[in-house]
Design a protein. Structure first.
Length: 179
C-alpha cells in the first residue's frame, strides 16, 4: 500500500489542474477513485515486478509467461479510468501538500496536458514501486498477482478500493460509503 500512497502523491502533483479550494472541499478519496488508481497502475506495477524480481522469479512463472497479457487487459482500460484516477490523485496530493513549494509544484506541473503527464506518471510508478518491493517477497507477490488475474479488472480495482480504506485510513483517507 505504500507504493499506492506514493504513486498517488507524485501523480497528483503531476496532474494538478484544479484550484486548491476545490481540492479542499473533499479530502477523502472515493472507493471508485482508488479503484481507478489501482486499475491504471497495473501495467506499470507488472513492469516494476519484472525489474525488481527478475532474478527471483521463474522463467516459466506467471509474470514471465502471462504478465504481458495481464498488463494488456489493464492498459486497455487506462483511458477510461484516467479521469477518476487523476481526480483521486489530486485529492491525495491536495491533502498531503503544504507550503508554497508544494503549491508551486502543483501549479507548474498542472499546466501540462494529460498526454504529457501520463508517461511521467507511468515511469514514476515503475521507479517507486520497484524500489519498494522487498526481494524476499517477489514469489509471494507473483502468486497474489496470479491468483487475482482471472478477476475482471473492474472487480479487482473495486476490491482494492474497498480494502485500502480499511488498511491504513490515515494515510489513504477513503470516503465512507453512503447508505
Amino acid at each position: 500500500m505504500a507504493s499506492m500512497r506514493g504513486l498517488a502523491a507524485v501523480a497528483a502533483c503531476a496532474l494538478a489542474s484544479q484550484p486548491v479550494a476545490a481540492q479542499a472541499q473533499q479530502t477523502c478519496v472515493t472507493e471508485s477513485e482508488v479503484a481507478a488508481i489501482a486499475i491504471y497502475s497495473v501495467p506499470s506495477l507488472v513492469q516494476a515486478m519484472r525489474l525488481r524480481c527478475g532474478g527471483e522469479l521463474s522463467a516459466s512463472g506467471y509474470i514471465a509467461k502471462r504478465g504481458d497479457a495481464l498488463s494488456g487487459r489493464y492498459a486497455a482500460l487506462q483511458p477510461r479510468v484516467w479521469p477518476r484516477a487523476k481526480a483521486g490523485m489530486l485529492k491525495i496530493i491536495g491533502t498531503q501538500s503544504s507550503g508554497a513549494q508544494g503549491r508551486q509544484m502543483l501549479d507548474t506541473i498542472g499546466s501540462l496536458p494529460d498526454e504529457a503527464v501520463r508517461p511521467l506518471v507511468d515511469a514514476w510508478i515503475v521507479q517507486e514501486s520497484s524500489a519498494r518491493i522487498p526481494v524476499a517477497n517477489c514469489q509471494r507477490i507473483e502468486w497474489v498477482i496470479e491468483a487475482l488475474a482471472p478477476v475482471e479488472p473492474e472487480i479487482a480495482g473495486g476490491l482494492i478500493g474497498a480494502l485500502v480504506g480499511l488498511v491504513d485510513p490515515d494515510k489513504m483517507p477513503v470516503c465512507p460509503r453512503r447508505a
